[in-house]
Design a protein around this ligand. Structure first.
Ligand code: ADP
Length: 573
């Protein structure tokens, strides 16, 4: 029963297609064949038997009928623009054959056919099947009048052949002329159909591409309503109802780290600036899940905002692993530090003790062991700093600090080392009052020690200059050197963790590639910025800024006494 219904549906849709298509170029071809068949039938009936070669006419009729049956029931034929004129060619051939079979009446028959073609072509312009039928019948009556009155009964062979050739050419010309409009329309239709098919397959391709993205993707309009969502987006949020048309905040409410409801999508749409962060929180069945979210504004060619693309991923597990890793580094570094300090202490004692006796070779070994200990200590304290910075546990003890005084202190601490290297260390302060900063003195000094230490490591001759000036609300500190400089391609990675530039100088000086990373973490924690300007082969300047005179009582913590660790650090450089 069901099968029958389906078949019926298929048939209906086929018929619909067939008839609607008949209204264009096929209409004229169909009507022409139809009228030709009728007139042949009438001619066979009314003409005397000796003047009709019935066998030829019947066979031609059968062949034309088979052709019509095959052609008009097969869309790949009648919809093919290249085969569009095939029925007319078949018809012209059939007419030529039949006109020869109607001995003595062939020319009249051709004339009739000529009229039919013209009338059909004219009727076709109305694109109405009924008009074509009426016009064909009119042509039939007229041609019969001509036949009965013997207007076209010329029997000379040459003349007959000429008319035949002429009628074939005329048919083709008329067909071409009137079919042109339909042909263009038909080709247009074909083009649109193909375009629609291509667009549809491109859409399908895009859809499957979007669905194969592992991250969740939403496209939202200006009012933050979801207009598109991929499979991952829906499954991430365990959403079983239709998602399209919902406000993104109803589907995925984002929270900040302190569990405040936030609407970053609105911000991106308002500011037209992209935003991405790994610190978003989504509540899923009462549990806090960490999400990485990247929001890009959707802007059209005219520059108007249309909405936004939201890409997101559940990174709860990664965050947990990261925290466990940082925790492990912190604990193990801490545990390693104690025995290492003891070893280093004893080695230092052996080396500096006058009473102890050992030969030169042993002295070299102890010195090497002591050096190794110092660099291991440096690596461990760097790792500890990094893990603190990454776990957001970098503690700040804020106080009123005079950066000029701090720099003077540092210059005097570095003076011996600088002289040893044959360099000059200059402090350049613009002759204006430099306001104090409310910062962690030891941390700022750590940044300065890192920068001056690097300058010292990578400069063979010339000078190192610390310059301090005021820029708007900020104090800007610059550490300039006349050393090896840094290539453009390395500059953008220099503040990355463990980044060291390949080269003999770096290998010679040693290091962990963590100093600048830690310096950046400290400066950013103090709401400043750090950057560099460098010319390869000529030298570099590292700048950092600190907020001038900005007090934040909440952040004040008791400062520990002394900065023993820092003094040690400078000693080890
Ligand atoms: P470390 O010095 O311990 O390797 P840093 O993070 O302080 O780590 O520096 C990273 C890299 O940047 C260094 O290895 C060095 O190649 C390059 N660098 C840093 N400062 C300078 C400088 N003043 N001149 C040239 N290269 C520098």
């Amino acid at each position: 029963m069901r099968k029958k219904e389906i078949k019926k549906d298929e048939k209906n849709s086929k018929e619909e297609f067939f008839f609607s298509d008949l209204k264009d170029i096929q209409l004229i071809s169909g009507a022409t064949i139809f009228s030709a068949v009728i007139v042949t039938f009438i001619a066979v009936l009314i003409l005397p038997a000796k003047q009709v070669d019935s066998v030829i006419i019947v066979y031609t009729g059968i062949l034309v009928s088979i052709f019509v049956a095959i052609y008009y029931t097969n869309p790949s034929f009648y919809l093919n623009p290249r085969l569009m004129l095939l029925p007319d060619i078949v018809c012209v051939i059939a007419i030529a054959v039949v006109s020869n079979a109607l001995k003595g009446y062939g020319d009249s028959y051709i004339a009739f056919y000529f009229i039919v073609i013209a009338v059909d072509a004219f009727a076709f312009r109305f694109k109405d099947f009924l008009t074509v039928i009426i016009m064909t019948l009119v042509a039939l009556i007229f041609s019969n009048i001509f036949i009965l009155r013997g207007v076209f009964t010329i029997n000379e062979i040459i003349f007959r052949s000429m008319i035949q050739i002429y009628s074939i050419i005329a048919t083709a010309v008329i067909m071409r002329f009137f079919a042109k409009e339909a042909l263009t329309e038909r080709l247009e239709k074909e083009k649109i159909k193909r375009l629609a098919e291509n667009t549809l397959s491109a859409i399908k391709q895009l859809r499957s591409l979007l669905d194969s993205i592992g991250d969740g993707v939403f496209a939202v309009d200006k009012s933050r309503k979801i207009i598109l969502a991929n499979t991952a987006a829906v499954s991430f949020l365990d959403w079983d109802k239709p998602i399209s048309g919902k406000n993104i905040n109803d589907v995925m409410q984002l929270y900040s780290e302190n569990m405040q409801k936030i609407d970053p999508v609105k911000r991106v749409i308002e500011t037209k600036k992209p935003l991405s962060s790994s610190d978003f929180i989504v509540l899923k069945s009462g549990k806090q899940q960490k999400y990485y979210v990247n929001i890009t504004p959707l802007i059209n060619l005219e520059g108007h905002i249309q909405g936004a693309i939201v890409l997101f991923r559940d990174i709860t597990r990664e965050k947990e692993l990261e925290e466990q890793k940082a925790e492990f580094v912190a604990v193990s570094s801490h545990e390693l530090r104690t025995p290492l300090t003891i070893i280093e202490g004893y080695l230092y004692y052996i080396l500096s003790s006058k009473g102890l006796k050992y030969d030169d070779r042993t002295k070299i070994y102890i010195e090497k062991a002591h050096k190794g200990c110092l660099s291991l200590q440096r690596l461990i304290s760097d790792l500890l700093e990094v893990s603190r910075a990454e776990r957001n546990k970098l503690k700040l003890f804020l106080e009123d600090v005079d950066i000029v005084d701090l720099s003077k202190e540092l210059v005097s601490e570095f003076q011996d080392k600088v002289k040893e290297s044959g360099l000059q260390l200059i402090l350049d302060v613009k002759p204006v009052r430099i306001p104090h900063c409310f910062v962690d003195k030891d941390r700022v000094k750590e940044v300065l020690v890192n920068l001056v230490g690097n300058a010292l490591k990578f400069t063979e001759k010339g000078y190192i200059k610390i310059s301090i000036c005021k820029k708007d609300k900020y104090i800007q500190v610059g550490v300039t050197d006349t050393g090896i400089g840094i290539k453009k391609e390395d500059q953008k990675f220099i503040f990355n963790k463990f980044y060291r530039i390949e080269g003999w100088q770096t290998r010679k000086t040693g290091g962990t590639g963590l100093g600048l990373y830690i310096s950046r973490s400290i400066v950013e924690k103090l709401h400043g910025k750090i950057w560099l300007e460098s010319q390869y082969g000529k030298g570099s300047t590292f700048y950092f800024t600190l907020l001038a005179n900005i007090k934040n009582k909440k952040k004040i913590q008791k400062k520990p006494k002394g900065s023993k660790e820092l003094k040690e650090f400078v000693r080890k450089l």
